[in-house]
Design a protein around this ligand. Structure first.
Ligand code: SAM
Length: 406
């Protein structure tokens, strides 16, 4: 049995914890004997017309996952989530032999202060291209359909309670820049509304993700320490197994190098990136944003062209002008290569495989399917199966390019 608690040693977390971390009452009875929830389930109801009287509840299991889990969602979604809580994430990210050893291996990163960025994550040894080097699990998961549909104050109260119920609530509070991990009660200063700090942490740090039909914000406390770069060296990969997230390297990372991910979809122009990053309240000084003006202009021209081609490809596909769509997609491939957008190439190859199928040239479709499978396999998206098992049809079925437009 692999001890998930060892994946992220609490000792990394405790220095960031608030000193007033409340003690949990683990003796409270669960709602149902077979239920994983360790605390009473608390519910509120929606008041909006679109989802009138929908029940949303706070479900906490302080003994599941790395830091316990507080889940704010509808009863039906919570019921669907239960089986995944006890699933083992390591077997999703690693072949069995590596999964067995993972907990004994020293993790290759540490959380440190980074100049003008607050905390950040830095490699402590060489990390290899496509290696999975961090696994995290969420502490708080919030149904996005709560937003605007339920009384805001009631949601904030539940959120605050959800955080207090976790094994190490300070890990979440510590993510708040404003409070630097401590709830300070300065005399004369108006006390902040309950749940505002936790909401702020969710807005700055949580990842948007989907489970079934439902959209969520999921807070992964350790991944939350990773800073942004517009040309990042790492990327995230979700798994339903234990609702985990793996962090993988796009390229080799040297010891001492900061680990970065992109907070935005890749392929945006400089003005788009600056605009969208305002949400996180910093000015990006990554290598791509710091390019000399003329080089940045060239990069932006390519990126704008990719965005235009995305639209024309879509139109051509809808009109069944497959050859024109192929021409668009092939131009995009060249531009993505020039821009170093390797991560986007796999999708583009899948699209091309599909278009060549529709155009009736099987050989070309196979060529592109092979290119897509190569990248997807290296990135770990084929679930450990050998690339040979992935032909055109299976690829198109699994990666969504089937039946989109036809
Ligand atoms: C998800 S947190 C990352 C961890 C954070 N630095 C910390 O100390 O906990 C996002 C916040 O980190 C900071 N940040 C992230 N990427 C940055 C960058 N490239 N440059 C400066 N600040 C950055 C911003 O304050 C942003 O709101």
């Amino acid at each position: 049995v692999i001890d998930i608690q060892n994946l992220l040693h609490p000792d990394t977390q405790s220095p960031l914890s608030s000193p007033d971390t409340p003690t949990l009452n683990l003796n409270e009875p669960p709602e149902h004997p077979s239920s994983p929830w360790t605390h009473p389930i608390k519910c509120i109801r929606s008041h909006s017309l679109s989802s009138l009287n929908q029940k949303y509840c706070l479900y906490t299991s302080s003994t599941s996952l790395i830091n316990g889990l507080s889940l704010l969602t509808t009863p039906s979604t919570a019921a669907l989530a239960i089986p995944h809580l006890s699933e083992e994430p390591l077997t999703y990210f690693f072949p069995p032999s590596e999964a067995r050893n993972w907990h004994t291996v020293t993790r290759p990163w540490e959380i440190v202060h980074v100049d003008r960025k607050g905390y950040g994550v830095v490699a402590t040894r060489r990390i290899q291209k496509y290696e999975t080097f961090m696994i995290d699990q969420p502490s708080v998961v919030m149904d996005q359909s709560l937003e605007g549909n339920v009384d805001e104050k009631a949601v904030l109260k539940l959120l605050a309670e959800g955080v207090r119920r976790l094994k190490y609530p300070g890990v979440v509070w510590g993510l708040s820049g404003r409070h630097a991990g401590r709830k300070i009660d300065v005399e004369g200063e108006e006390e902040e509304e309950e749940g505002r700090m936790e909401e702020d942490v969710m807005m700055t740090n949580a990842f948007g993700t989907e489970f079934g039909e439902t959209k969520f914000r999921a807070l992964f406390p350790v991944v939350s320490r990773i800073n942004h770069d517009c040309d990042p060296n790492s990327f995230v990969m979700f798994s339903h197994s234990g609702f985990s997230m793996g962090i993988k390297a796009y390229r080799d990372i040297e010891p001492g190098e900061e680990i970065t991910i992109s907070y935005l979809l890749l392929g945006k122009t400089y003005p788009q990136r600056q605009e969208q990053l305002k949400r996180w309240d910093f000015t990006c000084t990554c290598a791509l944003c710091s390019l000399a003006a003329h080089k940045r202009q060239i990069s932006d021209i390519r990126r704008t062209r990719i965005q235009t081609l995305t639209q024309t490809l879509d139109e051509h596909w809808r009109e069944k002008s497959y050859h024109a769509a192929i021409t668009d997609a092939e131009e995009m491939v060249e531009l993505m290569k020039e821009e170093g957008l390797t991560a986007l190439l796999a999708d583009q190859y899948v699209v091309l495989a599909k278009l060549w199928v529709l155009y009736g040239e099987r050989e070309k479709a196979e060529e592109y399917a092979e290119l897509a499978v190569d990248i997807l396999g290296d990135m770990g998206f084929l679930g450990g199966e050998s690339k040979e098992e992935w032909g055109v049809e299976r690829l198109l079925e699994a990666f969504g390019a089937r039946g989109v437009y036809d």
